[in-house]
Design a protein around this ligand. Structure first.
Ligand code: HEM
Ligand SMILES: [Ca+2]
Length: 533
């Protein structure tokens, strides 16, 4: 049934519906993940039975045990010392821990298959609960129900609780909240996975309230809904600008950015840009969701520390002790929050490579219930259960030479040969994370998959922040200020009470370039440009 959309709407819907006027479901929350198509227009997937059973090897055998792959290829101890820079299987598909595993008890670890929805061709597909767009849905949620929980009724503000994220009982679960049942709620329910993530949610939650309060003062004649939506629109524009200009280039590299025309228009050329194409479906692709987007698991470290005003670590907090717990954030009304924010700015991430720290690979979510789990094993198993094709299929889609010999994987070739029967069987996450890139980015296969994905998210977004001449467009001055002056560092400083930071928070502070400066000297978007005449 076709929903009627308001073609003149000034603001995005919360669930992403009606972004595309011809296809109102494009990019909407709670719709199916997309599959890439081959040259003949057939969707690419690989289920054992063609419709829904987990992928098996080319010769029909089971694929190698995911825990064995995890240990043989992705154990951090194998890496350099410094790493910084079938029917019965409809629901469960347990991870099997081999007998001689020294970190996890032998036997089965629970693994639930993602809820399947059978499509018109009788093939099992999976549902994306979030919108596909870069629309700050981590701040505002992806459903009308959640935004109601997050907002103060009839106000332009988001709710807070003790100056932290709202924590109404019964919405989210978490481990050891400071007050029983008071678990933080944000636009995404993973908000308490780790303290460093919670603090990022908090920063943007506060940034909405700061912008909305300023707009309220500038425009006393606006009603509260207008103030809320205008603030949301600015937050979304900042998210889009940061994602496409500051973050993505560090992950996929300059060459891929240019190849897929992902950088925003240079303000010296023309402030506006109009990349919208109504034929583009922005939905996230299966291979991106189960593999490419998970590159970040390799960047995590074993620590969630506190850093002081001089960037010195003052408290070491282990990752394994802090999963799913808001404890460190909530303690003493949030005194630790700036310390966690500074750790995010001051400390190096782990290198994007095939090594993943033990905190994620052996002790993931070990509390409240032992044993823990293994993120690598889960990522691989997830790819198989969703029928995501093997590594070489994606190399070919990306016009890269398929790897037909295990030797091509250097020192991991031997381990791969012992595990897999045929190079075509190699799981996407495994093969692609073994690829090297001289610029410390993800390897060529993920560069290609992420490049194609982010091109779709940009070109398939009718509300893209750079678009001119629409009812929802920014003025030239507003857009120029957003593009010239948005800094993650400023947003963190201001909302966490931090006084000193490097201007580019995605890069480490350095003596010469990117040195630590007073936050007051960091540029800022000029909200007075939003004062209506
Ligand atoms: C300490 C921080 C993190 C923890 C504890 C964590 C943990 C997890 C877990 C347990 C899953 C579910 C795995 C499965 O069963 O399929 C998951 C999925 C995922 N992770 Fe992470 N992760 C973290 C950080 C990251 C980072 C930094 C990125 C990317 C930059 C990332 C990207 C993803 C993606 C895209 C998924 C799939 C989401 C979905 O299908 O709903 N994660 N993560
Ligand atoms: Ca790593």
């Amino acid at each position: 049934m076709r929903k009627t959309c308001d073609a003149d709407a000034k603001y995005r819907t919360i669930d992403g519906s009606c972004n595309n006027l011809e296809n109102p479901g494009f990019g909407k929350a709670n719709t199916l993940f997309e599959r890439f198509e081959d040259e003949d227009g057939n969707k690419i997937y690989d289920y054992a039975d063609g419709t829904g059973l987990p992928r098996v090897a080319k010769n029909g055998d089971e694929l190698p045990n995911v825990r064995l792959i995890s240990k043989a290829i992705m154990d951090e101890d194998l890496g350099p010392p410094i790493q910084s820079d079938r029917t019965s299987r409809d629901v469960c598909f347990p991870l099997q821990i081999p007998d001689n595993d020294k970190d996890l008890p032998p036997g089965c670890i629970n693994f639930v298959r993602a809820k399947g929805r059978i499509d018109d061709d009788g093939v099992r597909q999976q549902v994306n609960l979030a919108t596909a767009f870069v629309d700050a849905s981590v701040v505002y949620g992806s459903t009308p129900e959640l935004i109601e929980i997050l907002r103060i009724p009839g106000s332009y503000l988001l709710k807070t609780d003790d100056n932290l994220l709202p924590s109404p009982a019964g919405v989210n679960s978490c481990f050891e909240p400071v007050t029983p049942n008071k678990c933080p709620v944000a636009g995404d329910n993973r908000v308490s996975d780790v303290p460093m993530l919670s603090v990022q949610h908090l920063v943007w939650h506060r940034e909405h309230n700061r912008i909305a309060s300023e707009l309220r003062i500038l425009n006393p004649h606006w009603n509260d809904e207008t103030v809320f939506q205008e603030a949301r629109k600015i937050v979304i524009a900042m998210f889009q600008h940061i994602t496409y200009n500051d973050f993505l280039p560090l992950i996929i590299g300059q060459t891929t950015m240019k190849r897929f025309e992902l950088f925003s228009e240079d303000v010296d050329d023309d402030v506006f840009d109009d990349p919208y194409d109504e034929n583009v479906n922005p939905q996230i692709l299966d291979s991106v969701n189960v593999a490419a987007h998970r590159f970040g698991h390799s960047q995590l470290t074993n620590e969630q520390n506190f850093a002081d005003e001089d960037c010195k670590t003052v408290t070491i907090n282990k990752l394994e002790d802090n999963f799913e717990s808001p404890r460190l954030v909530q303690q003493n009304s949030g005194v630790n929050v700036p310390f966690i924010g500074r750790h995010l700015a001051c400390s190096a991430s782990n290198r994007i490579d095939n090594f993943i720290v033990d905190g994620m690979r052996n002790t993931l979510f070990r509390l409240p219930e032992a044993p823990g789990s293994d993120i690598v094993a889960r990522n691989i198993q997830r790819g198989r259960e969703q029928g995501v094709s093997g590594y070489n299929t994606w190399r070919e889609l990306c016009d890269l030479e398929p790897i037909k010999s295990f030797n091509k994987f250097g020192k991991f070739g031997k381990a791969l040969r012992e595990l897999y029967d045929d190079p075509d069987d190699i799981d996407l996450f495994v093969g692609a994370m073994l690829e090297k890139d001289p610029g410390f980015n993800v390897g060529p296969t993920f560069q290609c998959l992420l490049g194609m994905q982010y091109e779709r998210i940009k070109r398939g977004d009718r509300f893209w922040y750079e678009r001119p001449g629409e009812v929802f467009s920014f003025t030239e001055e507003q857009l120029r200020s957003i593009k010239e002056n948005t800094r993650v560092s400023k947003i963190f400083c201001r909302n966490l009470g931090i006084n000193t930071m490097q201007e580019n928070m995605f890069l480490l502070p350095q003596r010469k370039r990117n040195k630590r400066i007073p936050c007051d000297d960091i540029p800022d978007v000029d909200l007075s440009l939003w004062k209506a005449p």
